[in-house]
Write a protein that binds this ligand. Structure first.
Ligand SMILES: [Zn+2]
Ligand SMILES: [Zn+2]
Length: 209
């Protein structure tokens, strides 16, 4: 398959042929149709997260904000078939630790984020483990480009505003920092009926907000 490959820290990505992935444990291979670019990719590419133990073995294929169509289904997967449209959340869990069982895959004992611990969505195909626990069905009515952002920045903001803060109509919400997560928060808070104040030091981000 073709992939945009990270060959070195702070080096331009190289588009080239790499081996096709095979389904990881209880997983599938997704044909990637769209992938969001995240600040996390930049941190990984800069090599500045070694202090939290993240040192990518190179070459590496980044990308943890992707969606697409299931291309291959591995053993032990029961919920999905080849051809299903799916969204891949970055917070992939193995489904059986105490965090996963309480619905908190984002703090799973085993870090499994595609594009970080395995090759991700900057390639034409990407393996996603424990597909039954993690994949989200993507309706035909939602395009791949729109969906690509939902598995990282969007659900991060959604969880904060809806599950944690329980923002309601008529409340005031100040969003400090209008990058990917912040702009998603502006949209979600607006959809909830809140009055939103967007705060940033960059004019072009405020124009988006
Ligand atoms: Zn991200
Ligand atoms: Zn877990």
């Amino acid at each position: 398959m073709r992939a945009a490959v990270m060959e070195g820290i702070r080096q331009p990505l190289v588009v080239r042929d790499v081996p096709d992935p095979t389904p990881p444990e209880k997983g599938v291979v997704v044909r990637v149709e769209a992938n969001g670019i995240c600040r996390t990719d930049w941190h990984l590419w800069m090599g500045d997260w070694s202090w939290i133990g993240l040192q990518l073995p190179l070459p590496h294929v980044l990308g943890h904000e992707f969606c697409g169509v299931i291309d291959e289904v591995g053993p032990g997967v029961t919920r999905w078939r080849r051809g299903d449209r799916v969204l891949v959340p970055f917070s992939v869990g193995e489904g059986s630790c105490e965090w996963c069982r309480s619905g908190h895959h984002n703090i799973c004992d085993t870090m499994l984020t595609p594009g970080v611990v395995s090759w991700g969505g900057y390639g034409r195909r990407a393996g996603v483990p424990f597909a039954d626990v993690n994949l989200v069905p993507l309706p035909e009515s939602i395009g791949f480009v729109e969906a690509a952002s939902m598995g990282c920045r969007y659900m991060t903001s959604f969880h904060g505003l809806v599950d944690q803060a329980k923002v309601g109509a008529g409340e005031w919400v100040a969003v400090h920092g209008c990058g990917g997560v912040g702009l998603s928060a502006v949209q979600i808070a607006t959809a909830l009926g809140a009055n939103v104040i967007a705060v940033d030091i960059a004019d072009e981000k405020l124009a988006f907000a």
